[in-house]
Design a protein around this ligand. Structure first.
Ligand SMILES: *[C@@H]1O[C@H](CO)[C@@H](O)[C@H](O)[C@H]1NC(C)=O
Length: 215
């Protein structure tokens, strides 16, 4: 496994991630504590099992599609694993911009009277927008053996850009790229959550937010 220090595609992201391995704590700001309190106070969905900060990994084979994995921490199995229909090359290009907002939306299934609605993490299919443009769908899946292997490999990296060469190691197309960071989780309701990447204080501002919205 190699940790990339520079990247032509993700130049700003790559530079920012250089040396950007930061501990979980010490990165929260005054504003985050406000969010943290809100997350903690929320009794919706999975809020009670999840802390205010989670680990999100966006990864995929260079010639394939990217996936999103949300974990409570680097040691835990995925809480949510979604595969985007968007090719890795296209998403990487979007990520090289200073600010990326990924909006995932789905329709709330009807809930019988007196029943709690299912966790937002249980929804199988989401439509996906990147910075306001429709780009396809995100589909929930179980962790495959390959996913589990990847998560084991990168267990020590809580923040970073990781490149894992393919089997033959000759073609870059076979590389798996993984961008992992700590995200602040904000729970607005049982149908709306957002995740905001926490940038290390000494790096340039790189904004990446994910929104999950059920309506
Ligand atoms: C990527 O997603 C598209 C749309 O869902 C699909 O047609 C294609 O087969 C996927 N590519 C890979 C390598 O899984």
């Amino acid at each position: 496994m190699r940790i990339l220090h520079t990247s032509t595609l993700w130049s700003s992201l790559g530079d920012w991630l250089m040396g950007a391995v930061v501990p979980h704590c010490g990165t929260t700001t005054a504003q985050s504590s406000e969010h943290n309190r809100r997350s903690r106070d929320s009794s919706h969905g999975t809020a009670d099992v999840l802390g205010p900060n989670v680990v999100c990994s966006i990864f995929g084979c260079r010639k394939g599609n990217m996936s999103l994995c949300i974990q409570k921490n680097v040691k835990e199995p995925p809480l949510l694993l979604l595969e985007f229909s968007m090719p890795t090359s296209v998403l990487l290009k979007e990520m090289s911009s200073e600010s990326l907002q990924i909006l995932l939306q789905c329709v709330r299934p009807p809930v019988a009277a007196g029943q709690m609605s299912q966790s937002i993490f249980s929804e199988p299919v989401w439509s996906m927008c990147c910075n306001g443009a429709e780009v396809g769908v995100a589909v929930k899946r179980e962790a495959s053996r390959a996913d589990q292997k990847l998560l084991r490999l990168i267990r020590k990296v809580s923040v970073g850009l990781v490149v894992i060469p393919g089997k033959t190691g000759t073609s870059k197309d076979e590389d798996t790229i993984c961008m992992r960071a700590i995200y602040e989780r904000v729970v607005n309701s049982a149908d709306s959550e957002s995740y905001h990447m926490i940038s290390p204080q000494d790096g340039p501002r790189q904004e990446l937010s994910l929104f999950l919205l059920r309506s």
